[in-house]
Ligand binder design. Structure first.
Ligand code: FAD
Length: 434
């Protein structure tokens, strides 16, 4: 393993707080995969901290019927360690649901089932400390490693860090500076519509043409709203490209090819390939179009108006309504007023909880991510800082997704152990990308 500090694993550090070989911040799928794989190769050496009081995966975005966009075979462990006890298959078998699950014949599994699986896996792991919000990480010096702080002070020290703090909703500039009554995030829909008494024909707008936007429209329909406008920037509400060649971008062989490309080419490829990751599932689009058509059959009026090719550039408030000004791709502007405006405008990586002097970056500068997902910094030879789910520019379009979770965790563990504890095999490749 990469050289460690003078502390024995999990022994009290000088401050009287526990010391860990590896402190992983966040216990979402990314670090759960790391912990699951570490069970056999680094037992007791990887500890996860999560600010939540208990496991939860994107709460607020679990509307009835929503589906995973990824095969369940791409679970926390299977692609690199199919015999791992925390595989999805073992979850199905040990919870007694495997036959019912198979007979349900899902093309795509419910997101709720994936959440249950994550929760089951988290319960098996004894290495998660919930309710610890890591506000800051400071470097105590070579040989000493990192000190992790929550709001009350230091909580642990570690030789290495794995940052798996995920993403948070992106709010466009025109909504950012002030709070406008009636504007909410997609993950607040349940809370908002379960408590507000809304009349069906109160106008609502969903901003954002991706999967979360489509699911938000369906959720508003299920809350009885009948005057919904769906605004997206792209010229059409584009489906996810789930074809075999698109899925080639989600395999280790392509990852290796991508990492060797010049930066400008990588940037262009990520932009060109984005619909293999950020498009709307075909089944969701069909459900939405069919619901719109069937409501017209039964109620004489389609409840959803699709408005692609629009960019919301101004937001305000007038007479108890939200007022939006949109720039149209076809030219000119238009105005929309609504009682409720749901923002489904994408997500961005949460800020790194590291003291600015640790990485010694210029303001706004992004750290360089090495092939093993560690950040380039001056003490990287003794103290690694790995990042999960924030290396799309260097590692490709798959990085923010669940598809290669276990492959990324395996690469991190192989690097920590300085040996190929998890061989990453992808040899049957029929595509020559360049
Ligand atoms: C609704 C939704 C559905 C998705 N569905 C799919 C899908 O079907 N297929 C797919 O490939 N991808 C999907 N994604 C994309 C992606 O795979 C998920 O966002 C996934 O959860 C990312 O995992 P993560 O562990 O990196 O981050 P997260 O799941 O966001 O987990 C991060 C964790 O870190 C904790 N945390 C953050 N900051 C701190 C801190 N300072 N201290 C302590 N804890 C902290 C949080 O509480 C959280 O538990 C989806 C995304 C969303 C939003």
């Amino acid at each position: 393993m990469v050289s460690t500090s003078a502390h024995a694993p999990n022994s009290p550090a000088p401050h009287g707080i526990p010391h860990h070989r590896v402190a992983a911040i966040g216990a979402g799928p990314a670090n759960l995969s790391l912990a699951a794989l570490a069970g056999d190769v680094l037992p007791h050496d990887v500890v996860l901290f999560d600010r939540r009081p208990a496991h939860a995966w994107h709460p607020g975005l679990m509307h009835p019927g929503v589906r995973l966009q990824t095969s369940w075979i791409k679970d926390l462990t299977t692609l690199v360690d199919p015999r791992n006890r925390l595989s999805f298959l073992n979850y199905l078998v040990t919870t007694g649901r495997v036959y019912a699950f198979l007979n349900a014949q899902f093309d795509a599994i419910p997101r709720l089932e994936y959440d249950r699986y994550l929760s089951w896996a988290a319960e098996q792991l004894t290495s998660i400390r919930y309710g610890v919000d890591i506000r800051d990480v400071r470097f105590a010096g070579a040989g000493e490693g990192f000190v992790l702080y929550d709001e009350d002070g230091p909580v642990a020290t570690s030789d290495h860090l794995v940052v798996g703090t995920g993403t948070r909703p992106h709010v466009p500039d025109c909504f950012r500076d002030r709070s406008i009554p009636g504007v909410l995030l997609a993950e607040e829909i349940g809370e908002h519509f379960e408590t507000c008494r809304c009349a069906p024909y109160e106008p609502a707008v969903v901003v954002g043409g991706g999967q979360t936007g489509a699911e938000a429209v369906l959720a508003l329909l299920s809350y009885g709203l009948r005057e919904i406008r769906w605004i997206g920037r792209r010229p059409w509400f584009a489906p996810l490209d789930d074809s075999p060649p698109a899925n080639d971008f989600f395999r280790p062989a392509y990852l290796r090819h991508f990492q060797a490309l010049p930066g400008q080419v990588r940037e262009r490829y990520v932009a060109e390939q984005i619909l293999t990751s950020d498009g709307v599932s075909m089944s969701t689009l069909q459900e939405l179009y069919q619901a719109n058509y069937e409501t017209w059959l039964s109620e004489g009026r389609s409840p959803v108006m699709m408005l692609p090719g629009r960019d919301v550039v101004e937001a305000g408030h007038q007479d108890d309504l939200v007022v939006l000004r949109c720039r149209r791709a076809a030219g000119g502007h238009e105005r929309h007023t609504a009682r409720h405006v749901v923002l489904a405008t994408g997500r961005r990586p949460a800020p790194l909880p590291l003291a600015p002097d640790v990485l010694d970056l210029e303001p706004g500068e992004e750290p360089y991510v090495e092939a093993d997902y560690s950040l380039r910094w001056k003490h990287a030879d003794r103290h690694k800082v790995f990042v999960q789910n924030r290396a799309q520019p260097s590692h490709g379009v798959a990085d923010p997704n669940l598809s290669l979770l276990s492959v990324r965790s395996a690469a991190i563990l192989n690097s920590l152990l300085e040996r190929e504890a998890f061989p990453i095999r992808d040899e049957q490749v029929q595509t020559l990308w360049a």
